[in-house]
Design a protein around this ligand. Structure first.
Ligand code: 3H9
Length: 694
């Protein structure tokens, strides 16, 4: 065995050379990997004793793509293109032997090879779109030649990998193998040699492209089918353009076009934000004082207290990953209703073809409903999801304390209450932690794990691990009103209300946020969630919100009553309502406010800058570990467009000085202390720094 570089070895098995990449954790194509592959191939090609070459990877996966940390730095030779050229031009067959995930540049390496074999649980994908990029090493030109234009478009625009059986069917792999992968790759190469198979270069294939040549409607239909989910993103359109080039241009010219489109994306703000977010998401898993080796409790059984909308949704998360879960309710009727909704949710998913009825039954079989509180006794984690009222929560926790296993993690799904006070109702506050799920809890990816003053490291490690296990993105936050997400949302809400009183209308405010990239604005969101919830809370607290209160007094609770801030037709399509406009104008008049036209720019600044300012306070109070955690919360919990990174990244891209000065301008105009910049914002603005380079 010869070490070509620190990450690539060359070995020989009879007449077959084996190049092994070993660049943990995911065998990304760092410079030394490219160098190793290039030099290794050169040696193997010039070695007369070698007749075929196998490329295989050590560790947990095949090459998972280009090394993302190299983007934005000066390019270092050899380029990936140079490596692919030498593979494809090799006079000796090159076979890729694949396990784990062949992703991005990794899959592109295999597409330059003459054959591909993979183990049965391997996955194949071009996920560059998730980084705001396109496959820039021939992927947009080669993949359609193998799997056809429509499949290639769908793989590249979704970025989702396909399984080995699907890859085999699509012609993306030649054979599924088992046993020792290197041996299987060598055996395949031997077979190719003994059968004297001609070298198959994907660049020479044309039949799948010819099938759509002169049919622009294929692309038009595809664009239409993805328009909604790709709104605001730049990469999907460039991917489609690159595939159009594959169909209409010779291979080499197509590659050049791919390059242009790739470079355009690489330099785009959208891709910079998405690449930042890739690492932000992974960073959120890291907690400085709870290192990865902290023992986490293995969750074999879970229990959820409360079968309401949240409780049912939380239980589904466990059942979805095969963890038995007990749901406890006080009344049989409420339990039946809650579990009935869970079943209906699963059946709806099945009716859309995303689950089989057997899956539905299997999952329902993992959810056990009971009115007997003692049934939580064998649960490794107990999650309370009852009414958001402190006395009730404390009563429930006192009860849990008496029954739950001594080492169980006790979690509360509170969204507003003090986790420390809840924990004080137990004899083991170290086992208590907040797990703030977002509605619908079975769908939304965000999980705010709330660290109480006494939460143990094991409780934290367990909440983070179980969050990942149930396919959430857990982010650790501290105890404060609204935690991180809702605390910032509240600031936005205050301004939304002021804006409509000063002269804007709900649909203008909503449109500005929709155009920014949110799925909807605050008024449409209120109508969706139900305006009665906030109304009831306000009445309980003796707080007023003149416009919202008047709308609710008319029985307009939002979508469910066919009217709220908007009117809805039977398909729940909204239209602005003159009656609401009249209410708003009346309230303005009663309050002595002279309405004025408000620009979209002012609306955006007044909605989002206060969120950033609150984010600065949250950071200073250490309620979030880092600015990027806040961004993760906003992207996964509130639909902040990922191509704008998140509020803190976005603020940095505007410049904190400009942002702060705009806030001061609003303060001068209104005299409102609301606009006082947070001390951290001031300090960073003065120092010319951003939240992310603190
Ligand atoms: C591309 O290929 C462009 C080309 O078309 C051509 C250009 C010319 N680079 O996710 P994990 C790190 S674009 C550098 O927790 P998992 C990651 O940050 C690329 N680092 O593991 C983390 O570090 P840390 C196309 C990378 O098992 C550690 O590895 N490819 C890269 O849950 C473990 O990651 C992609 O977009 C990378 N490419 O999931 C694939 N990938 O431990 C991106 C990961 O310090 N990667 N790291 O926090 C993934 O989707 C997942 O990492 C993967 C493993 C599925 C592979």
């Amino acid at each position: 065995m010869t070490a070509i570089t620190k990450s690539v070895d060359l070995d020989r098995r009879g007449r077959v050379a084996v190049l092994t990449v070993n660049n943990p954790p995911v065998n990304a194509l760092s410079q030394h990997v490219r160098q190793g592959l290039y030099e290794g191939l050169k040696q193997a090609i010039s070695d007369s004793a070698v007749q075929a070459i196998v490329i295989v990877c050590a560790g947990r996966t095949f090459i998972a793509g280009a090394d993302i940390t190299e983007f934005g730095k000066p390019p270092a030779d050899p380029s990936l293109h140079t490596v692919l050229d030498i593979i494809e031009a090799s006079p000796k067959p090159v076979v890729a032997a694949i396990h784990g995930t062949a992703l991005g540049g990794g899959l592109e390496v295999t597409l330059a090879c003459h054959s591909r074999v993979g183990v049965k649980d391997a996955r194949f994908g071009l996920p560059e779109v998730k980084l705001g990029l396109l496959p820039g090493a021939g992927g947009t030109q080669r993949l359609p030649r193998v799997v056809g234009v429509e499949k290639a478009l769908s793989m590249m625009v979704s970025g989702d990998p396909i399984r080995a059986d699907e890859a085999l069917k699509a012609g993306l792999v030649d054979e599924i193998v088992d046993g020792d992968l290197t041996a299987a790759g060598v055996a395949f190469a031997e077979k190719a040699l003994s059968e004297k198979r001609p070298l198959k270069k994907i660049r020479d294939l044309d039949d799948k492209l010819a099938a759509v040549r002169g049919k622009p409607e294929v692309f038009a239909n595809f664009r239409k089918s993805v328009a909604r989910q790709t709104r605001g993103f730049r990469a999907p359109e460039n991917i489609v353009k690159a595939v159009e080039a594959a169909v209409s241009l010779p291979f080499e010219t197509g590659l050049k076009r791919e390059r242009e489109l790739f470079v355009e994306l690489l330099n785009s703000p959208e891709s910079k934000a998405q690449r930042y977010f890739f690492f932000a998401e992974r960073e959120a898993a890291k907690i400085p004082d709870v290192p990865p080796d902290t023992p986490a409790k293995e969750i074999k059984k879970a229990a959820v207290i409360g079968a309401g909308t949240m409780g049912g949704g939380i239980a589904m998360n466990f059942a979805n990953v095969g963890i038995p879960v007990t749901v406890v309710e006080v009344q049989q009727e409420a339990l039946d209703r809650g579990l009935g909704i869970v079943r209906k949710n699963y059946e709806t998913t099945a009716s859309r073809g995303r689950l089989t009825m057997a899956d539905v039954e299997k999952r329902m079989g993992l959810i056990r409903g009971t009115t007997d509180f003692n049934a939580i006794a064998d649960a490794d984690i107990v999650i309370e999801a009852v009414f958001e009222e402190m006395p009730i929560k404390k009563e429930v926790f006192a009860k849990i304390d008496k029954i739950a296993k001594p080492d169980a993690v006790l979690a509360t799904n509170t969204s507003t209450l003090d986790v420390n006070e809840i924990a004080s109702a137990t004899s083991r506050p170290e086992s208590v932690i907040g797990t703030h799920f977002f509605s619908p809890a079975n769908v939304m990816r965000l999980l705010e794990n709330v660290r109480g003053a006494k939460s143990s490291k094991t409780a934290i490690a367990t909440a983070m691990a179980v969050g990942r296990r149930i396919n959430k993105v857990p982010v650790l936050v501290g105890v404060c009103y609204g935690f991180v997400g809702n605390r910032m949302l509240h600031q936005r809400g205050i301004q939304a209300e002021k804006l409509i009183l000063e002269g804007a209308l709900p649909h203008q405010v909503d449109r500005v946020l929709y155009d920014f990239g949110f799925p909807m604005g605050p008024f449409a969101m209120g109508d969706l969630a139900g305006l009665d919830v906030g109304w009831r809370i306000r009445k309980g607290r003796g707080v007023k919100s003149p416009v919202a209160d008047r709308i609710c007094e008319l029985g307009r609770f939002g979508q469910k009553t066919g009217a709220g801030y908007y009117k809805y037709d039977e398909k729940r399509n909204p239209t602005p309502d003159p009656d609401v406009e009249k209410i708003i104008v009346d309230v303005s008049t009663e309050m002595g406010i002279t309405r004025r036209p408000i620009s979209d720019e002012e609306i955006l600044q007044r909605l989002l800058y206060p969120m950033v300012n609150e984010g600065a306070k949250i950071l200073e109070e250490k309620m979030a570990l880092r600015a990027s955690d806040i961004d993760v919360i906003w992207v996964y919990g509130y639909g902040w467009p990922v191509y704008r990174g998140g509020p803190m990244f976005w603020a940095d891209s505007i410049g904190l000085e400009a942002l702060r000065d705009t806030m001061l301008g609003f303060q001068r105009k209104t005299g409102d202390a609301f606009w006082t910049p947070a001390p951290l914002l001031n300090r960073l603005a003065d120092a010319g720094k951003g939240f992310l380079d603190r």
